[in-house]
Design a binder for this molecule. Structure first.
Ligand code: S3P
Length: 170
């Protein structure tokens, strides 16, 4: 039986992997709307991600992230740029599977990710090199559950979009 894939593309990957940038370009190319989960969360709370973490802690952030993901998954067609931790929560992996879209992991080498995240103010989980490496290690087995892995090293966002479109699954 051929599974019907809903026209929902989830972009996932570690912080700095280019989800938002590629998401914008992919959505524009397809003529689909983009939902950037972090932006939705910030708009909903009227606070930056950093302030949400500082004021209310990560468990609260994960709760509202899940609510935003649930809501976003009802849209079709849509490109959804997840946060770096969204697909590393088992219950979210399940929710996304149930939603029946396509998951695409933007896989980027650790040193490139680190260089991109350094000096960025709005990434509360980017503390130091060691915890960064540890988090990446813990999350990679989850990212590996994605339907597709796109190596993004040294690729321009346009090329990454080309690659995603060439998957021809939607
Ligand atoms: C997070 C990544 C961030 C944001 C929040 C938590 C994470 O998104 O959702 O700071 O757990 O890795 P980006 O991947 O867009 O930076």
């Amino acid at each position: 039986m051929i599974r019907h894939r809903r026209k929902v593309i989830y972009l996932l990957g570690f912080m700095g992997s280019g989800k938002s940038t590629v998401g914008k370009l992919l959505a524009r190319t397809l003529g689909w709307p983009l939902i950037d989960l972090d932006e939705v969360i910030e708009a909903g709370q009227g606070l930056s991600i950093r302030d949400i973490f500082e004021n209310s802690g990560e468990p609260f952030f994960r709760e509202i992230e899940r609510a935003a993901l649930t809501e976003a998954s009802k849209t079709e067609p849509v490109v959804i740029a997840l946060g770096g931790g969204t697909f590393a929560q088992p219950s979210n992996v399940e929710l996304i599977r149930q939603a029946g879209g396509t998951t695409v992991w933007l896989d980027c080498p650790a040193d490139v990710l680190r260089a991109r995240c350094q000096g960025m103010e709005n990434r509360p989980l980017f503390r130091d090199e060691q915890s960064f490496a540890q988090l990446l290690k813990e999350r990679t087995p989850y990212y590996d559950l994605a339907d597709f892995r796109i190596p993004t090293e040294a690729r321009k966002p346009e090329e990454v979009v080309e690659q995603i479109l060439s998957l021809r699954v939607f």
